[in-house]
Design a protein around this ligand. Structure first.
Ligand code: SF4
Ligand SMILES: [Zn+2]
Ligand SMILES: [Zn+2]
Length: 314
């Protein structure tokens, strides 16, 4: 039996990157210490904040909502609400949505659900049928759009997401590999932008594996099924490659994040001339004339008209 490096009780995890064995108590403390340190460092929570938590119902966002609720329940000046986006992914989303509802009931947190079907007239399943873009491209853009729009309508001052270290390291690499510098700059914006609610990611220093263990120990739902579309994305390839790399070279994911944080001011300087303005169709903030979501919706409508009228676009 391996023993905790801090107290000699039975260890439940070995952190390859730190070389430490930790017992249940010290593991939970280590995770929460990382989260609190990050929240202080990035001044994530400020007086009188209304925090909208993007609650998918999966382990990360459930753990985040519970953590924020427990940490700040005595703070009268703060308010926490939860927003769930139902993309319309058969066999996957309903289960998570029910779990999200149950959790909010238990915690007594206001919960709001918005669906692609009601907002865009179609579910994600319908949108992606026979389209060339991978589902995650539509899903990610449209989900972020709805989260920002509705969080803003509720007067939220922060939008909190459960992204962990793996998610962030993948996003950083993904944007490097695609040469998307503007998107890279938007991962952790240095300055507030009008019309965009500042995003906070308190779990960004916690590796995915530790999030799984933390969630189990905290009694959260570990939903085994993955989204049926996940494997189609480039992110899935990067995830597998990064996991192999992390195994061989422990600490790689942290290095990607730290390196990015150091580069952040330079990237920000490079992209500062990109001005945001209101989308001509929906009024949300965008760098172009119309926002990415309206562009996607328009494209879908046009394609459908063409199909219905049996005419060909030339
Ligand atoms: S894996 Fe892709 S399609 Fe599935 S929920 Fe995530 S972003 Fe959406
Ligand atoms: Zn211990
Ligand atoms: Zn728009």
């Amino acid at each position: 039996m391996m023993r905790c490096s801090k107290c000699m009780k039975k260890a439940i995890i070995f952190q390859r990157y730190s070389g430490m064995w930790l017992c249940e108590e010290h593991f939970i403390r280590d995770v929460e210490r990382k989260v609190k340190r990050r929240m202080r460092k990035n001044k994530m929570i400020e007086r009188n904040d209304i925090i909208a938590v993007a609650l998918s119902g999966g382990k990360d966002s459930s753990a985040l909502l519970t953590f924020l609720h427990e940490t700040f329940k005595e703070r009268r000046d703060l308010k926490i609400i939860a927003i769930t986006i139902d993309e319309g992914i058969e066999g996957y989303r309903e289960v998570l949505r029910k779990y999200a509802e149950k959790l909010c009931d238990e915690l007594g947190v206001e919960h709001y659900v918005f669906s692609f079907l009601k907002e865009f007239g179609k579910t994600l399943d319908e949108i992606v049928k026979e389209r060339e873009l991978t589902p995650c491209t539509y899903c990610g853009v449209m989900r972020k759009y709805l989260l920002n729009k509705h969080a803003k309508n509720f007067g939220a001052t922060k939008l909190a997401t459960g992204h962990n270290l793996d998610d962030l390291a993948q996003t950083i690499l993904l944007n490097y590999m695609r040469g998307e510098i503007e998107r890279l700059a938007r991962i952790m914006p240095e300055k507030r932008k009008r019309g965009l609610i500042p995003r906070i990611r308190p779990f960004m220093d916690v590796p995915e594996k530790e999030m799984v263990l933390y969630s189990i120990l905290k009694g959260h739902n570990i939903f085994e099924e993955e989204c049926p579309y996940a494997e189609l994305s480039m992110r899935a390839e990067i995830r597998d490659f990064l996991n192999k790399f992390e195994y061989k070279h422990p600490g790689t994911k942290y290095s990607i994040l730290r390196g990015f944080e150091r580069l952040r001011p330079v990237i920000s300087e490079l992209t500062k001339s990109v001005k945001l303005r209101e989308c001509e169709m929906c009024g949300e903030m965008t760098s172009g004339k119309i926002c990415k979501t309206c562009e996607m919706i328009e494209k879908i409508r046009r394609e459908e008209q063409i199909l219905q009228n049996d005419v060909y676009e030339i």
